[in-house]
Write a protein of this length. Structure first.
Ligand code: DWN
Ligand code: ZN
Length: 417
């Protein structure tokens, strides 16, 4: 990892984020795109938005799939960072199940201590607080941190670094459980983060880490989940290499449907690798996820999806249809900006997150409104940008649907449902 010089906006990496190897093979180029979570406002709509290259490479030495541009985290996760986990019921339920399972299988009590890295608005740790188990949240975004402390989840406003881990360890605050959901892929200093986890974990502790899994991303053409916040796209092979480098062992994995296909990783200081890991490593070897050939035709699949989506939308528009979108999601920003879908096609985007309403989608600057706007305007079609929550959204918008509204799902192939 090239060290970010203070004040630089971004750095193009020449070597692998994990192993430092030089044998990087770029297999997808998405152009220069705006930052997926930096929504524009009436105040800054007139200003040019920063755009950065969005290219994806495969490391021949450790199999890590990664983007090659590192945008300064202070720009990426600035105080206007709008992502609040609690706006998704499915995610809340998913997190609660995870916590209750861990309390039981690890026998956690009031003498235990749980830390979550990138704890956002307390969406997960609140379940431990309800069970009187001491917690600490760590997150760099001030909005979600304020929301977490407001509901009684003690949370520090900070980026998790090796230095912070050392400080907590010196204070005797090592953890029985460390959660890190959708953050391992986000940190510029991948090795520092993992080393920090190793230092902060008790010898018999477990780190429970969730991250999107690269196999469904490739197989289901979920290219819109590629944006500058997501630096890495993990295979179990690449994760195993990364953890072992820091004296940690990936002992168990669970496959999750959340976010288009994720893995829940159970990482410990003791080596007791279970069948779920060894079987997946063998599976990846047999499918070739440890070689660049597996990724080679992804670019052509992405190009075809963009062509198919644009022609579907333009055909509907030519027939006089009105179209809106659901979910001011980061993935939605990648989709509309790389496929060139603008305000000439989408009249507006709706989102339940009140911090996003009244702002505009990055790049295309399409207005973001509350979901109620769907019933007010009753567009003929709604492009579901947050397709990973399609079931929750369709159920929630039953009245829009009952009135004849239809949904368009963009991946793995654009289709009307
Ligand atoms: O890594 C990340 C992933 C896991 O989550 C973060 N970098 C940011 C975020 O990415 P995203 O914005 O693509 O994630 P979501 O959670 O798929 O975004 C869903 C959007 O849809 C949110 O803005 C909330 C909104 N939503 C809604 O308005 N009504 C979601 C649901 C379920 C709803 O019913
Ligand atoms: Zn590597």
């Amino acid at each position: 990892m090239t060290m970010m010089i203070a004040g630089t906006a971004s750095v193009t990496e020449q070597t692998c984020r994990s192993c430092g190897g030089p044998h990087m093979d770029t297999f997808l180029k998405l152009g220069r795109t705006p930052l997926a979570d930096r929504l524009t406002t009436d105040a800054n709509r007139g200003e040019a938005e920063p755009v950065f290259p969005l290219n994806v490479a495969f490391c021949q030495d450790c199999s890590l799939v990664q983007i090659t541009e590192t945008v300064n985290p202070r720009i990426l996760f600035a105080d206007a960072y709008p992502y609040y986990s609690s706006f998704s019921q499915a995610l809340l339920e998913h997190s609660r199940e995870n916590v209750l399972d861990l309390i039981e299988r690890r026998g956690l009590t009031g003498d235990s201590f749980v830390i979550e890295l990138a704890s956002n608005d307390g969406y997960l740790l609140k379940n431990y607080v309800e069970a009187d188990i001491p917690v600490l949240g760590i997150d760099p975004a001030d909005g979600p941190v304020a929301a977490a402390n407001k509901i009684g989840v003690p949370t520090d406003l900070a980026f998790f670094t090796l230095e912070l881990a050392e400080k907590l360890r010196e204070q005797g605050r090592q953890a029985d459980v460390i959660h890190a959901n959708n953050v391992l892929a986000h940190v510029a200093d991948t090795n520092g983060f993992v080393a920090g986890v190793a230092g902060l974990l008790k010898d018999d502790g477990v780190a429970v880490i969730e991250a999107p899994y690269v196999e469904p991303m490739i197989d289901h053409c979920e290219f819109d989940t590629i944006y500058h916040e997501h630096l890495c796209y993990f295979s179990v092979t690449a994760l195993d290499n990364l953890f072992r480098r820091h004296g940690l062992y990936l002992n168990e994995i669970k496959h999750l449907s959340i976010h288009g296909g994720s893995l829940r990783l159970y990482v410990e200081k003791l080596e007791r690798v279970g069948a779920s890991v060894s079987n997946q490593l063998a599976h990846e070897k047999s499918r070739g996820l440890d070689a660049v050939e597996y990724y080679r035709d992804f670019s052509a699949k992405v190009d075809q999806l963009k062509v198919d989506l644009r022609s579907l939308l333009h055909r509907l528009k030519a027939d006089g249809a009105t179209i809106a979108a659901y979910g001011a999601a980061a993935k939605g920003a990648t989709l509309i900006n790389t496929a060139g879908i603008g305000g000439d096609v989408l009249d507006f985007v709706v989102d339940r997150n009140t911090h996003k309403q009244g702002k505009y989608m990055p790049g295309q600057r399409i207005p973001i409104r509350p979901p109620e706007a769907l019933l007010d305007a009753q567009p003929d079609y709604v492009l579901v940008l947050a397709w990973n929550f399609i079931d929750e959204i369709v159920a929630q918008q039953s009245q829009y649907r009952a009135r004849g509204g239809k949904f368009i799902v963009p991946v793995p192939t654009p289709r009307i449902v």
